[in-house]
Every structure is written in C-alpha cells, then in structure tokens.
Write a protein of this length. Structure first.
Length: 406
C-alpha cells in the first residue's frame, strides 16, 4: 500500500522545505501549495509544487481549491498549514475540510486565543505563566494612563500579527514610527508611546502595550512540540536565539539547539494547560531580574527553524505525520545540543547591526559560525532552491544598485 500523501501550505522557504526534505527520505509523497509562483520551494526535488489561491486575499477560493485538490489526490491526505493565515483559515473551516483531509490541531477557541496577543496574555494569567506586564488600551484616553504607569522601554504590538501586513500600516511603520520590518514598535518614553499609538490606532485600533523584558537577545528561547490528541508530548525540541533581526524584536537569524528541563516544562505548562494538540511552539525570554522564563509568543504551527530538530534527533514533521494517521510512533523528547541553524542573508544583516551597536565584533561573529550547521534553504541533496534563492537575492541587489537598468 502506498504511503498517504501530505499537503504543505504554503511551501515556505524554511518550514515547507524542511518538512519536505525530511519526509521525502521516508518515501512519503509531498505536495507543496503556494500562491507565489516564484516560491523557491517549487524547484525542490523533494516535493511537487502546486500553485494555489492566497487565503489572505480570497479564503473561499482557497478552501474550494483545497477540496478540489483532495478529490484529485483521492483519499484523505494529511494537511499541514505553515503560516498564521493558513492556520486560522483551516481552523475556522475545519468542519468543511475534515471530510477531505486528516489534520490535528487544537479546538477553535484555543487557536483563536493563542493566535491573538490578548488571548495569549489572558491564557498566561489563567495558567499562572510569567509574562511581561501588558495593557490593552481601548481608546486614546486610556493611553495617557498607561503611558504614565508602564516602565520604559515599552513596545506596541498588533492584536494579531497579520494585521500589520496591511499596506497602510506598513507604510506608516516605514515612515517615522519604525525603521525596518520588525514585529513591534519600540518606544523609549511616554511621548513616543502616545505618538506611535495615535498614528497606528487611526488605522487599526487593536493594539497592545507591553513592557520590554531586559537583557540581550541571547536570552530568547524557543521550544517546539508535537502534542497528541490527548495533549501529551510526542516530540519536544528547543533552541536559543543568539541573533535576531531587527535587533531585540525580529526573527531569528542564528540559533543553536539548547536543552533545559525547566524550559521544556514551562512550555508544557502552557500547552497542556490549554489542552493543545498538534504542532506548535512557544517563545520565552529569560528575565535577568529574576532568572525566570517570561512568555513572549506562541506559534500554532511548525516554526521557522523547527526543521533543525530533525538534524538533532527530533523529527517533528514525521512524528506529526504518523500521529495524524494514527500510526505508531515513539515519543522523542531529547536531542543533540549545540547544533547551529543559520540564515546567512538575515545573519549578515544582523551582524552589521550588532557590530554598529558595539555588542559584537566581526571576529566574534566569524568565530560563532564554527561548528555543525544547518543552512536555511540550502541543501547539498536538494540544491536548486538554494541556487534560485541566491539568484533572486542577486537580482534584488542589482535592482537596488541600478534601479533604472533592470
């Protein structure tokens, strides 16, 4: 009997490729869906690329496409959403899709709670999980009171991360409120907080004000799990974010696998307390004031560098595939430590930023690159995605240097 296929959506540069490369070795048919016809994953020798609608632009068209695609494949393939938009779309339409796909995810209420900053903080309070001091202003009047109470620096976040994908918000962030493409707006004093809040609230009022946990970026940790239908862990993997871009509040560019029983236990408190099922991950920052892990963020999906787990002995994607189909699988909760995950494009930018702030030297950066590494996108056994990714970067570079020539 042929293995049941798995459908990954979208075929992201990192997550989709990592799962596809792992499952391909096991002979599992893999289909990568993406609305971007230029996605580098389409060149992978590990999966079949399928152009699909974008759920962010037209969720109904995307759902109808999923149904048609399942019928074309026959049977019920495993479905794995790999972005927040895809997770929410599939969760909110699970009754429709469960007749065509196999998938494991928490109930709708848990997904909605953990995907929103308000729901996440409320869950942390209910479960008695340490978290940064957080406020939810309902009006510009309330921001005056909050600005007087909160410690600085402070940050402003969207209620849901996809909300800041709005072009109006992005233009506002680029022109004065925030430099770069960070997930938050940093405010160093009350005036900055009130000014930034008023600018952003005029476009989208669902904003959150939160204290900044002090300490360097290497105090950021992430633990990922696969939880079965009884909310028991079948897989656990963790890493430390040594560098992120933008500094302080951005995405990881350099990570190494890291094991701490306290970190794993804290993550399990969150997920088991929420009755979590399926793939997910939790970010913490270790507060130097009391050396406790403080809850920062939850992903209700496979994370950006969770593929490093397979390199270290915890194949989250394969364990998720097996459990979804009720195939026997042994729990895997230990792994090799000290293995590096590196996105060279992001990490070069991060290194420049850290050097400018004098928290890193070029020699220290070069020394940090020593050791066993997993390169984001690049793979010797699957080279074309990396080649086309590099060519795309070169084209972007020349377009910026010679805007009238290309």
């Amino acid at each position: 009997m042929s293995p049941i296929p798995i459908v990954l959506t979208p075929l992201d540069e990192h997550m989709g490729l990592d799962i596809a490369r792992s499952l391909h070795k096991r002979g599992i048919p893999i289909y990568g869906l993406d609305h971007d016809k230029h996605a580098v994953g389409k060149y992978s020798n590990t999966c079949q690329f399928v152009l699909s609608p974008d759920p962010q632009k037209n969720s109904r068209e995307f759902l109808e496409f999923l149904v048609r695609f399942s019928k074309q494949l026959g049977g019920k393939p495993v479905l794995v959403p790999l972005s927040d938009e895809h997770v929410l779309t599939i969760s909110r339409n699970r009754e429709m899709l469960k007749n065509y796909y196999e998938f494991v995810m928490p109930n709708k209420e848990t997904i909605e709670a953990l995907c929103t900053k308000v729901g996440l903080i409320e869950s942390a309070r209910r479960l008695n999980i340490p978290a940064p001091a957080t406020f939810f202003p309902a009006s510009t009047d309330e921001i005056e009171q909050i600005a007087a109470r909160i410690s600085y620096p402070a940050i402003i976040k969207p209620g849901e991360s996809p909300q800041w994908h709005d072009p109006l918000i992005e233009r506002r962030l680029r022109h004065g409120v925030l430099e770069g493409r960070a997930k938050v707006v940093l405010c160093n004093n009350a005036d900055e907080l009130k000014n930034a809040y008023r600018q952003l609230a005029s476009i989208n009022p669902e904003l959150i004000i939160q204290e900044v946990i002090p300490g360097e970026d290497s105090r950021l940790y992430y633990v990922s799990f696969y939880m079965n239908r009884q909310s028991q862990p079948l897989a656990a993997f963790a890493g430390r974010k040594d560098r992120v871009i933008p500094i302080g509040f951005g995405s990881a560019s350099f990570v190494h696998s890291y094991y701490d029983p306290e970190l794993i236990a804290m993550g399990l408190r969150v997920f088991q307390g929420a009755g979590y099922q399926g793939l997910g991950g939790i970010e913490f920052k270790k507060d130097p004031r009391d050396e406790t892990y403080k809850l920062i963020e939850v992903n209700t999906r496979f994370g950006m560098w969770d593929g490093l787990g397979a390199r270290c002995g915890v194949d989250l994607g394969y364990i998720a595939y097996c459990d979804t189909l009720n195939l026997p699988v042994e729990p895997c909760l230990t792994f090799r430590t000290g293995v590096i995950w590196l996105d060279w494009r992001l990490d070069l930018r991060a290194a420049i930023a850290y050097v400018r702030k004098r928290v890193l030297t070029w020699r220290e950066w070069l020394v940090s690159l020593r050791g066993e590494k997993m390169w984001a996108v690049y793979s010797r056994s699957d080279p074309l995605p990396g080649i086309f990714f590099t060519l795309r970067l070169i084209r972007i570079l020349f377009a910026r240097l010679l805007p009238n020539k290309l």
